[in-house]
Design a binder for this molecule. Structure first.
Ligand SMILES: Cc1cc2nc3c(=O)[nH]c(=O)nc-3n(C[C@H](O)[C@H](O)[C@H](O)COP(=O)(O)O)c2cc1C
Length: 706
């Protein structure tokens, strides 16, 4: 049991039922006029019902629409917003959770100021630096990204704040804090991180002022101190005010150092902050930097910096940044943090706290860190979650018991099939799930070889399927006759995509492997692949490896392949989509010299931009050659001939060629089953390749419709 994480705690006089905090997230789920409408209320209510001790409503705009960064941001700049805020806090409280609101002015990243042609407030006017942020966007994403800049009347202007502006800003924060108290919130978090206005003052990179607000860290933190004092002066003694700040700025020359972060925390505590929430930031013009901070990729990356701040202040410290419950529990036990904030995990499963407190950790739906949630925000869209379609659509995705239980036959045990079976069974249908292999997971199982967190989702789905009254038939390849004999009321087809080796001369050579072939070789899937593609000695080594159990084999294979794989030194991957780049990463990490050739204009377009930024950055760092708009003309004995967009031919030497293209919908069986007179629905990749997100969404829709 996670007794420390689940124990009650306090921030000032605010009592919390446990130490789990829903981290502030701008969700883009409010109404365009800044009100909290039904959609965002339901979103927070679900997290309150899920058992978190405290929810922090993300980015409450204190000067709305000025200083706002998202189109559908929550506003708290005027009393007109209070009735909806009050209704939201009332509903959250009804579930026993406490709720705070994060007060924010976006300063130099106030996109709404650009759209409306207002100058953005900054400590010092500095030249705009265009980094690599947009380099790997697709044309559609680029359009969405720049739509703010191209809106009629849009202007990108900066305004260096005067003393009067500073006084006005302090007043806006303080009156928003007072308004929050009137709106039923239990506290406020001042956003002093992530490049927004207070952190722009804290950062020596963006604050070049020569008055008392610039220079030393004491001067740079002066504004934060003034905001804390003014806010505290306007609210009751028992209303906590705290701040979130950056422990450091990664990849930022001349940015906030770890020493600055520590001193800023001390100064904030001295000014009266009731807690310090330790996040981090990174160069906002760089794509990969965003996955260092604030949307950290590396588990627990800020923990040491947080513990160092904890040693300096005597108010509670909130830790954040991909912290697993076990790690969070240990941090509290060891006195290295007092509360653990979680963001993405609570989008994936709002009920995480309740499940942990019921000792049902295995039921927590895992986040797969695909960055879909925040990719949406980046593109000015409402947030959503790849593994939990109900996130942001709570009203749409309720689960009602079925009126009449039906016999539901699910064919295919990948994510789409398992999720559909799970939901149909929860609704009260009689479900049989048939999978042709001896284990569940489909392609997602194999993908966990190269992207391990996918394995956690597969494991979760399997656990849920096995807990429910679902008849599970493994090693059961269904044909039409069997389907007819089972006389199902409805058939859900989740048989996965069809994979074709493209029609390239030489594609039948022994050195050419499909992504599936590669996985089969490494994980012991189809034995005919080894027979076709490997030499005798290689087959013998693999045979020994394959005696191990399936799941253990996956993590072991991951390790063993670092020492040996039946793959030559030079590898060319054909296809730079999600599968191709993940394979490239896997191979390069295992010492292969890898090139990726992509026929289209984009790389990894199926990934949300932040995840794409990270993986492409890492591939480039590892020296992987990434070529777009390249056609493969033919494959030869020890390489291939490719043709660039300008018709230049190049010979690329290769010992192995891996084909990661040619994945198509697979609807033949659907037609045949329909011809039997059955109600049939195709879902997941067999309907059209949509990967995990598409599979889970299809399943969620279909299982509710039957
Ligand atoms: C969709 C999304 C929106 C976010 N918006 C905010 C925000 O408005 N304010 C903020 O301080 N942090 C924001 N964050 C950062 C989170 O609060 C958190 O620090 C970060 O996601 C790391 O925590 P995690 O690993 O538990 O997700 C956001 C994160 C996500 C995923």
């Amino acid at each position: 049991m996670l007794s420390h994480l689940l124990s009650a705690g306090r921030i000032g006089t605010l009592e919390l039922r446990n130490r789990i905090i829903m981290a502030p997230m701008g969700s883009n789920l409010a109404e365009p006029d800044g009100h909290m409408g039904e959609r965002i209320k339901r979103y927070y209510e679900a997290r309150a019902a899920g058992g978190a001790g405290l929810l922090i409503v993300g980015v409450g705009a204190i000067a709305f629409p000025a200083g706002a960064c998202n189109p559908n941001q929550v506003a708290i700049s005027d009393d007109a917003f209070v009735p909806d805020l009050l209704e939201a806090t009332r509903r959250i409280h009804a579930h026993g959770a406490k709720v705070a609101i994060q007060l924010q002015h976006a300063g130099k990243v106030a996109v709404r100021d650009i759209v409306d042609g207002r100058p953005m407030w900054v400590p010092s006017a500095l030249p705009y630096h265009r980094g690599d942020l947009t380099d790997d966007l697709t044309a559609d994403e680029m359009k969405a990204f720049v739509s703010n800049l191209t809106a009629p009347g849009a202007k990108m202007l900066y305004h260096e704040m005067t003393q009067d502006d500073i006084a006005q800003l302090v007043e806006m924060f303080a009156s928003a804090a007072a308004r929050a108290e009137r709106a039923g919130f239990d506290g406020v978090e001042l956003h002093a991180g992530h490049g927004y206005i207070l952190s722009a003052f804290l950062s020596p990179k963006t604050n070049k002022r020569e008055d008392e607000y610039g220079g030393s860290i004491e001067n740079r933190a002066r504004l934060l101190g003034e905001v804390i004092r003014a806010s505290k002066a306007r609210v009751g003694d028992d209303f906590p005010v705290w701040c979130r700040l950056d422990a450091c700025e990664y990849r930022t020359t001349g940015g906030i150092t770890v020493a600055d972060g520590q001193r800023a925390a001390e100064l904030a505590a001295e000014a009266g902050a009731d807690a310090i929430h330790v996040s981090a930031y990174a160069d906002s013009s760089s794509g990969v930097a965003f996955t260092d901070a604030p949307l950290v990729h590396e588990p627990g990356r800020y923990v040491e910096m947080t513990a160092a701040i904890k040693r300096l202040v005597d108010v509670p410290v909130i830790a954040v940044g991909r912290i697993e419950p076990e790690q969070g529990d240990a941090l509290i036990r060891e006195g290295r943090a007092d509360f653990i904030a979680m963001a993405r995990k609570l989008l994936a499963d709002p009920e995480l706290p309740r499940k942990l407190s019921e000792d049902r950790a295995e039921d927590v739906r895992p986040c797969i860190y695909c960055y879909t949630c925040v990719g949406q925000i980046f593109l000015s869209q409402p947030t959503c979650c790849a593994v939990n379609p109900a996130t942001g659509r709570e009203a749409e995705f309720t689960l009602e018991p079925c009126e009449t239980p039906r016999n539901v036959l699910v064919i295919g045990g990948g994510p789409a099939g398992m999720e559909a079976a799970r939901l149909a069974a929860l609704r009260g249908h009689r479900v049989t799930l048939c999978e042709k292999d001896e284990r569940l997971g489909g392609t997602a199982f194999f993908s966990s070889l190269v992207y391990p967190v996918n394995g956690k989702l597969v494991e979760w789905l399997e656990t849920q399927v096995r807990k429910l009254p679902i008849e599970l038939r493994l090693g059961c390849r269904m044909d039409l006759e069997q389907i007819r004999s089972m006389a199902p009321d409805v058939v859900l087809l989740a048989v996965g995509a069809r994979r074709e080796i493209p029609d390239i001369p030489g594609a039948d050579r022994k050195t050419v492997l499909s992504g599936d072939d590669l996985r089969s070789l490494l994980t012991g899937g189809d034995p005919s692949v080894a027979a076709r593609k490997l030499k005798l000695g290689q087959r013998a080594v693999l045979g020994v490896g394959n005696l191990l159990g399936m799941t253990e084999r996956m993590s072991l294979t991951r390790e063993l392949t670092r020492r040996w794989m039946p793959i030559g030194k030079r590898v060319v991957v054909i296809g730079g989509g999600l599968v191709g780049v993940e394979l490239a990463e896997f191979l390069v990490e295992r010492g292969r010299s890898v090139s990726v050739v992509e026929p289209g204009p984009d790389l990894a377009s199926e990934m949300s931009p932040p995840r794409r930024w990270r993986i492409l950055h890492e591939l480039r760092e590892h020296g992987v050659e990434l070529r777009k708009n390249v056609r493969v003309e033919r494959i030869e004995d020890d390489g291939l001939i490719v043709v660039d967009a300008d018709e230049t031919r190049t010979r690329m030497p290769a010992d192995h060629i891996i084909v990661a293209t040619g994945v198509r919908a697979n609807l033949e069986l659907e037609e045949a089953v329909r011809a039997l007179g059955c109600e049939v629905h195709a879902l997941g990749d067999c309907r059209g390749v949509g990967y995990i997100q598409g599979a889970i969404l299809d399943a969620a829709k279909v299982a509710r419709a039957i």
